[in-house]
Design a protein around this ligand. Structure first.
Ligand code: ADP
Ligand code: ADP
Length: 232
């Protein structure tokens, strides 16, 4: 069964004559333990879809199920709790806490949620992102690529149902871009993580298993990504 499923999902910003339908009755399923990319032109609804699937934004109508739970009707309070336990985020700016070590940054969301760190998962994630020898360094002592890997590890360590990555390679050079994408790819292949990435870069989407194309608030197409373009 899909890890995420949206039915007749609509999102309207504003009211009356100024209203904008960012999403118009979208049906979409996100496969479990797969890497899904969401693509589309600027303004097509990518961010809005991601925010509705992640429980960051209230929907106007329709339903969203995350791992069997209907999140589209949950209160803000319940959503906040759910996000802390079951959703991981990687943003374009990686916003690490400069005074904390890499290890402390990675476990910070779990500490905030007062969730115990699963040691085996921590080790697994650290090995998958390649940070074993940098855990006691602070962000200023890490390379750009290492900072990104800390941000990826932080999203993965709680074994969330889904990791959402919002234009994770937006500001990166090609070397760092490849590092982030290969970490996301490995988290799917080695840890069975479900990953959803919003991107407007075809080269980035090529690392995914499936690409969902949005246009004007609709799903225009859903296609397997060309796996031959991947550099593993
Ligand atoms: P994308 O991520 O593909 O660029 P968005 O989801 O950001 O698309 O936006 C989809 C549409 O919704 C656009 O027309 C955009 O102008 C509009 N929109 C997005 N966020 C808001 C907002 N907070 N208030 C009003 N309109 C918005
Ligand atoms: P990576 O491929 O891991 O991003 P780089 O090629 O950027 O690594 O850097 C190689 C090494 O140089 C890193 O392991 C790191 O220790 C060090 N380094 C690079 N950039 C910085 C920086 N801005 N601050 C501190 N150390 C850095």
């Amino acid at each position: 069964d899909p890890v995420l499923s949206a039915r007749a999902l609509s999102k309207v910003y504003g009211k009356g004559s100024g209203a904008v339908a960012a999403l118009d009755r979208v049906d979409v399923d996100i496969a479990r333990a797969r890497f899904t990319a969401i693509m589309g032109p600027s303004g097509s609804g990518k961010s809005t879809l991601m925010h509705c699937l992640a429980g960051l934004d209230a929907v106007t109508s329709g339903t969203v199920h995350l791992d069997g739970d209907e999140i589209s009707s949950m209160s803000q309070r319940r959503l906040t709790k759910l996000r802390r336990k079951r959703v991981g985020f990687i943003f374009q700016s990686f916003n690490l806490v400069p005074t904390l070590t890499a290890a402390e940054n990675i476990t910070l969301p779990l500490d905030i949620a007062r969730t115990k760190v699963d040691k085996a998962r921590f080790e697994q994630v650290i090995n998958a992102v390649g940070l074993a020898d940098r855990l006691s360094h602070r962000p200023a002592e890490l390379s750009g690529g290492q900072v990104q890997r800390v941000a990826c590890a932080r999203a993965l360590v709680g074994a969330p149902a889904v990791v959402f990555a919002d234009e994770p390679t937006g500001n990166l050079d090609s070397h760092s871009t490849e590092q982030v994408l290969s970490i996301l790819r490995r988290s799917v292949d080695e840890l069975g993580q479900s990953v959803v990435m919003v991107t407007h870069e075809p080269d980035a989407a090529a690392w995914a298993d499936t690409v969902i194309f949005l246009r004007d608030g609709h799903v225009a197409a859903e296609l397997p990504a060309p796996s031959t373009d991947r550099v593993l």
